[in-house]
Design a protein around this ligand. Structure first.
Ligand SMILES: *Cc1c(COP(=O)(O)O)cnc(C)c1O
Length: 406
């Protein structure tokens, strides 16, 4: 039996003695959250599946729970109960915070659970109003528009943020690059316009490899860790990277509402982070080449690709986008993104279906738009599949039509 690492060595935001501020991202990706392992005689991180932890000192437990109730800091010493914190999940949180350049990070059962916790944390302070810029991920849009958590949203364009702020505004929410249009925002300018209101940037598409929103003034950086951070299509998770004060509030919400991440998911996410820089760069190189070929293709009406780069492509076809989806063979026709394999989906039918059609179109999500999440396959194989899925070359189709008319 091995001894489980004490919470303080693996905990988020603990700037312990082994922390070195100068390590490069690629180094952090494989070492952060693992700094104590060698000292413990371990190489792979242990998976702690305990839901509860024995303690013969209930006075100490009382003090630890009182401290958590005060500021939400990770309890010092051995873990108490699975909903309060888990050492394996804490390793992932530590690593993600290091990659995003924040003090702390708090993991949740999904990206939506993470966003819900942020909204609840602000509402609980009487700050129920949210200012947001479209497009957002479809379910984030829906959560805000429907006011499911008792929040009220004002949708605005980036230039209108300062005017949209109210005394009860608790959050400004944006995505850049946005899902699914890949629209990009100037986060630094937005953070400035927010004044003292926290800016939440959903960084799911860029990942910390391409963009670290906290460096540009975003107080909260949200990820659907289901996507690139996990990276293999087998983990559902969310995480918020932020300062320790906000992290404490989020841990308290997580404890009280129960949207915790399973330790096995925490393990897989930590493993996913170690290859994140390599995966993102390789998939981005594939994407850039596919963008070049799509943009030159007469069957494609429009291609959107972020200036930032990345492995997501949005494009519109002259033909029927549903036909393209029905014809792919190597590429998987499925929602979600950020996996090692390439996925394609039709946002108006799936990821953004829950958004009102006029709002969706107003945000630039046309009914012809297809969203491609480029994976790590050989780029020529990917192109061969897309090429046949796009159908007959346009000129030839026109000729055939002309012949039929004759
Ligand atoms: C998928 C996604 C979410 C929601 O995350 P889940 O893990 O599915 O709950 C939020 N934001 C963006 C940008 C996403 O792509």
């Amino acid at each position: 039996m091995f001894t489980l690492p004490p919470m303080d060595t693996a905990s988020t935001g603990a700037y312990d003695d082994v922390r070195t501020a100068t390590r490069a991202l690629a180094t952090e990706a494989v070492h952060a959250g693992r700094d104590d392992l060698a000292r413990q005689g371990l190489h792979a991180p242990p998976i702690d599946l305990s839901t509860t932890y024995p303690s013969y000192d209930s006075r100490a437990e009382a003090a630890r729970i009182d401290a958590f109730a005060t500021d939400g800091a990770d309890p010092v010493g051995p873990p108490v109960y699975g909903r309060l914190g888990n050492p394996t999940v804490a390793r992932f949180e530590t690593a993600l915070a290091r990659l995003e350049g924040t003090e702390s990070a708090v993991a949740f059962a999904s990206g939506m659970a993470a966003l819900s916790a942020v909204l609840l944390a602000r509402s609980a302070m009487g700050l129920r109003h949210v200012v947001a810029v479209r497009p957002l991920y479809g379910c984030s849009d829906h959560l805000l528009t429907a006011g499911l958590l008792g929040t009220e949203v004002t949708w605005t364009d980036p230039a209108g943020i300062a005017e949209a702020l109210r005394p009860d505004t608790g959050l400004v929410m944006v995505e850049s690059p946005a899902n699914p249009t890949l629209a990009e925002l100037d986060l630094r300018a937005l953070a400035h316009a927010c004044g003292s209101v926290p800016l939440l940037a959903d960084n799911t598409f860029a990942t910390p490899v391409l963009q670290r929103p906290a460096e540009q003034g975003a107080r909260l950086v949200l990820h659907s860790a289901t996507k690139y951070l996990g990276g293999h299509g087998d983990v559902l998770a969310g995480v918020v990277a932020c300062d320790e004060e906000f992290a404490g509030r989020l841990r308290q919400i997580r404890f009280a509402t129960g949207g915790v991440l399973h330790p096995l998911a925490g393990y897989l996410l930590l493993r996913g982070l170690s290859t994140l820089p390599v995966r993102v760069r390789a998939a981005s190189a594939n994407a850039a080449e596919l963008v070049r070929r799509l943009a030159a293709d007469p069957r494609v009406a429009r291609v959107r690709y972020p200036r930032l780069g990345g492995a997501m492509i949005a494009f519109e076809v002259h033909g029927d986008p549903h036909e393209v989806i029905s014809r792919v063979r190597l590429v998987t026709p499925a929602v979600s993104l950020g996996s090692v394999d390439t996925l394609i989906q039709h946002p108006a039918s799936i990821s953004h279906r829950i958004v009102d059609a006029d709002d969706r179109r107003g945000a630039g999500v046309s009914d012809r738009l297809l969203r491609l999440s480029v994976g790590l396959e050989d780029v020529d194989d990917l192109w061969a599949d897309l090429d046949q899925a796009l159908g007959a070359p346009r000129e030839r189709r026109v000729t055939a039509l002309q012949e039929a008319v004759r």
